[in-house]
Write a protein that binds this ligand. Structure first.
Ligand code: ADP
Ligand code: ZN
Length: 736
């Protein structure tokens, strides 16, 4: 356990605790260098014969005697991590049972932290007239005169003037252009807060006013902003963003999908005259460094990003918006396991900031927190410019006539045909990538599986390959069965979006179809372009995976057909119903966003399943109440706490033995009234050649479960065989 950080500057020679950014999970004592050092500063320190980078975390531990204390070598030119941020990292590490250095590394994922002074050469107008004027030289001077406030780099200036860099250099020698040093990472253009957005409806106005008041309070608070897709949640939270910036604080908007940032940036630019700063895996290294630094120095006022943006070193963060807060992608499922939604709340609590959780279908935990008053709740009831939600109807598949290998019922096909006649768009939703989930040998019954995992290979016909959705293994589609050798007997079983596209093409040969599935696009950019083209009407029929459920706006869409509404109703995990509910609700909400009313059709074999019925009735509250009651009866979250453990090893026996030992020696858990389930082979018992065994801890709601688990697993974490790996997942979402 690392002591909480302290503020104030350390005097030269004073003992400080440095947290190395390497693997070591403890503070090392050093003496503050000449000139002193701030807590949170990035420093280079000697460790044995090496030099390593660390962060001054606070006072030293006193473990090293004074005469053996070595001095900090160098203080790096990077903004120190502020006390509230260090406190957040410490608490996040404790909460997720992650070693602190691993958590701090999430906050230092920017290049150039250890580099020298962060400056670059810039070029401005000089005092002298050049002795010899040429057309090229005149162009350079014209550009500089036209933008007196801008600092150009050599290449920027040459490019803007349409000349070679040697022309600029010549002008510098002649004294007509001046070279100066400027910070390398420029602030982002400020947003213009003087304008106002669209004229809000009375409901929106009320919600915006509450959020503004919350922001003005400059204290922690979380609000659930609930409203169906298109009800204006984004308009409303942009009001809270504007208020935050007016306060001189920073705002962060988290989106579940990179493909959504484009549309969001455009909206920000339309509203505030400049775009937000972007943070996600698609940005360049230099943008990454610039944003990291400007977040710390206050030169980035509004940041939009993926979950990892939560670990930016904001100078004064006043608001975090988590859009589509129920989205599963907020849970980071490898490396450091955390849920960005929960970490947003933790971060806001340490920063005295507000959180807005926006969703049409919040997850049950959030709904419950709002229900019990832990979170405030705002509701946007109606859709703007549209009196009614789409009509949602079930298609009872037991009554439909379908040929084998077909998935679109005559009723659904007729509805699509009507849209084609009227020039409107239809969406067919199927949450399965690829062509077919199973490839079966009709001679011997063998199903082609992944050689490294206990998962079946999925056929991707567009790429002519079989793919493992677990580990990414791909191989060509074989001609003969790998088991019995029979040729030409392998056949696809079950539907995927690619196969659905084939069926649609034969049903509607004249229609333009587009398949929207993450693996069919090489980059975030090409996916974004495809989405924009579809929104502009480039396709009559859109076939999509859950990608289309994430808040894209397709104004011409008036029909959403859910091909397999039963998919996911009976998952092995406790959130199956909730997820299905959210997905189906979002997809049915996709239809008719502009001004023509929409229709949603759900193909199901179980029209009377409670989830399907709640969607048909449009009874969200009814669904959550029933779901909450079910969880209470089962003693599941939010009425208890879960921690999942996976032990993995190349030897199945070793993994099972270690898990059995842990389960037997669970005294720390018993003390807090927690129980351990397992060990059991994980549903996917092998991934990438490693055998996986699961344990699940269930603790009473208020019990200090992290401390107990930390004590319990300490022997495995410290000692143990090299090959044995332990993954701890607090509040698990996935049970595979
Ligand atoms: P949500 O975030 O709930 O899906 P949005 O804020 O994106 O909703 O609003 C959906 C669409 O309706 C957007 O194009 C938005 O600009 C528009 N809109 C929202 N509120 C209003 C309003 N009061 N007046 C006019 N257009 C609005
Ligand atoms: Zn695999």
């Amino acid at each position: 356990m690392v002591p909480p950080p302290e503020e104030g500057r350390f005097a030269p020679g004073e003992r400080v605790g440095v947290l190395p950014l390497g693997a070591l999970d403890r503070l090392l004592d050093y003496a503050a260098p000449e000139g002193g050092v701030s807590p949170g500063a990035f420093v280079e320190v000697p460790l044995g014969p090496r030099r390593i980078v660390g962060v001054v975390w606070g006072r030293g531990t006193g473990e090293v005697p004074a005469h053996r204390l070595r001095a900090i070598g160098r203080v790096l030119d990077a903004p120190p991590l502020r006390a509230p941020f260090r406190e957040f990292l410490g608490r996040a590490a404790d909460y997720t049972l992650t070693p602190l250095p691993a958590m701090v590394r999430l906050a230092t994922r920017a290049p150039g932290l250890t580099e020298g002074p962060a400056t670059r050469h810039v070029y401005r107008l000089g005092p002298a007239e050049p002795p010899r004027m040429t057309e090229a030289r005149a162009r350079v001077l014209r550009v500089l005169r036209a933008h007196p406030g801008l600092a150009f780099t050599l290449s920027e200036l040459a490019q803007a003037a349409g000349v070679g860099t040697s022309v600029v250099r010549g002008l510098v020698e002649a004294g007509a252009v001046e070279e100066a040093e400027a910070p390398r990472d420029q602030p982002y253009p400020p947003l213009d807060l003087s304008g106002s957005g669209v004229a809000l409806t009375p409901d929106q106005m009320l919600a915006a006013a509450s959020l503004r008041i919350a922001v003005e309070g400059r204290a922690y608070g979380t609000t659930l902003l609930r409203g169906v897709t298109g009800s204006g949640k984004t308009e409303v939270y942009l009001e809270a963003v504007a208020e935050t910036l007016r306060q001189g604080r920073q705002a962060l908007v988290l989106l579940p999908e990179i493909a959504l940032t484009g549309a969001f940036l455009q909206r920000v630019e339309a509203r505030f005259g400049a775009p937000a700063a972007e943070w996600h895996s698609g940005i360049t290294q230099s943008e990454r460094r610039r944003l990291w630094r400007q977040a710390a120095e206050g030169g980035a006022s509004l940041v939009v990003g993926a979950r990892s943006a939560l670990f930016l070193p904001f100078r004064d963060l006043g608001l975090i918006v988590v859009d589509e807060e129920h989205d599963g992608s907020y849970k980071q499922e490898d490396g450091v396991l955390y849920n960005a939604r929960d970490m947003a709340v933790l971060r806001a609590a340490t920063e005295g900031a507000q959180v807005i959780l926006a969703s049409a279908t919040p997850c049950l935990e959030t709904w419950w927190n709002a229900e019990t008053g832990k979170y405030a709740r705002l509701m946007l009831p109606a859709r703007v410019g549209l009196a009614v939600l789409p009509r949602v109807t079930a298609i009872d598949m037991r009554l439909e006539e379908l040929a084998r290998g077909n998935w679109v019922s005559p009723t659904l096909a007729a509805a699509v045909a009507r849209r084609l006649e009227r020039g409107e768009q239809s969406l067919l939703f199927l949450n399965r990538r690829g062509y077919a989930p199973v490839t079966l040998c009709r001679a011997c019954g063998h199903q082609i599986g992944c050689p490294h995992c206990d998962a079946r290979l999925v056929e991707h016909r567009f790429q002519r390959r079989l793919q493992c959705h677990q580990c990414g293994e791909t191989q060509p589609i074989p001609l003969a069965c790998p088991e019995c050798g029979a040729e030409g007997r392998l056949s696809p079983v079950g539907p995927g979006v690619e196969r659905l596209a084939e069926e649609v093409a034969s049903l509607f040969p004249a229609a333009r179809t587009a398949v929207l599935s993450s693996d069919l696009y090489g980059s975030a950019r090409s996916l974004k372009e495809a989405i924009e083209q579809i929104a502009e009407g480039a396709a009559d029929i859109v076939i999509g995976t859950q990608l289309v459920a994430k808040g894209h706006n397709f104004p011409r869409l008036t029909l959403a057909g859910v091909v397999d509404a039963d998919l996911g109703l009976y998952g092995s995990d406790l959130r199956a119903a909730e997820r299905t509910f959210a997905l189906l609700r979002q997809v049915s909400g996709r239809a008719g966003r502009a001004d023509s009313p929409g229709e949603a059709l759900l193909q199901t074999y179980q029209p009377h399943h409670p989830v399907i019925e709640a969607i048909l009735r449009g009874d969200d509250e009814g669904f959550w109440r029933a779901e909450a009651e079910g969880r209470r009866m089962a003693g599941m979250p939010p009425f208890s706490r879960l921690v999942a453990l996976i032990l993995s090893s190349e030897s199945a026996q070793a993994a099972m033995d270690a898990a059995t030992r842990l389960a037997r020696e669970a005294e720390p858990l018993r003390r807090i009234g927690a129980e351990v389930w397992g060990p059991a082979p994980a549903p996917i018992a092998r991934i990438r050649g490693r055998h996986r065994v699961r344990l699940l801890v269930r603790a009473p709601r208020a019990a200090p479960v992290q401390a107990a688990v930390a004590e319990w697993i300490a022997p495995v974490r410290t000692g143990g065989r090299d090959d044995l790996r332990l993954t701890v997942d607090v509040d698990p979402q996935s049970f595979l």
